[in-house]
Design a protein around this ligand. Sequence first.
Ligand code: NAP
Length: 250
Amino acid sequence: MSTLFPEGTRALVTGASRGIGAATALALAEAGCDVALNYRSSAAGAEEVAERVRALGREALLVRADVGDEAQVMAMFQRIRAEWGPLGVAVLNSGVTSDGHLAAMSSGKWQEVIGTNLTGAFLTAREATKQMYVDGGALVLIASTSGIAGRAGQANYAASKGGVIALAKTLAYEAAPRGIRVNVVAPGFIDTDMVRKVPPARLKEALHAIPLGRTGTPREVASAAVFLASPAASYITGKVLTVDGGMIPN
Ligand code: NAP
């Protein structure tokens, strides 16, 4: 079977227990990768994804860690390296929302989202990059259109995702001499648990602003992430690919 990735490519997906991360883990396995699946609390969901990866004839490694916790992140990367050797691909996808208008936002709500989305991206990108120093590799960070265009009620989330984009662009410059590419996928409204939390009236309003007239699927985001992580994108680094049905202007 011909695959997008060289035989034996090892990939990590953070937040792989459901939603976009689960779809990306499966798409990477279909494209020829063994996949380490990170999650924070949904052990059953992660185990189910692992079974599906194995059913595709690939290895799966379950690695629990809170991406915002430095000690847990270090332990996760040490375990992957000990069991598998260095990673070739990392899709840094874990994320949370905790919406509310800025004027009424507690610092706890701010820290919760920045801690997982931005500090989590920093810690996991740093450790993934170190594993790729010798053989090169590819990182894909999952940001959001909110981090480019802003969105009312999402100051914490938009700031975290704007930060992820800036982090990725900077790391792309720093890591290029080591043969490491770093790119971003910025989804719009994707049908996952995260968007199911959006009040129906707000979601209906948002759909009017989407030229393709619908929410996206996790698989449609996964396809973009797999492309950017793969050798098919070998001359692309430091870029942001929006997957949003045409919602925001370039
Ligand atoms: P989701 O269905 O809510 O899944 C979130 C995933 O992140 C879960 O696997 C969760 O693990 C994991 N996670 C959360 N906090 C974590 C932490 N501290 N450490 C490790 N893992 C953690 O969300 P999704 O919609 O698939 O979103 C995936 C990514 O896409 C996020 O970065 C999100 O911001 C971004 N995004 C989503 C949309 C959208 O419309 N859905 C739009 C733009 C961007 P557990 O299950 O174990 O909690």
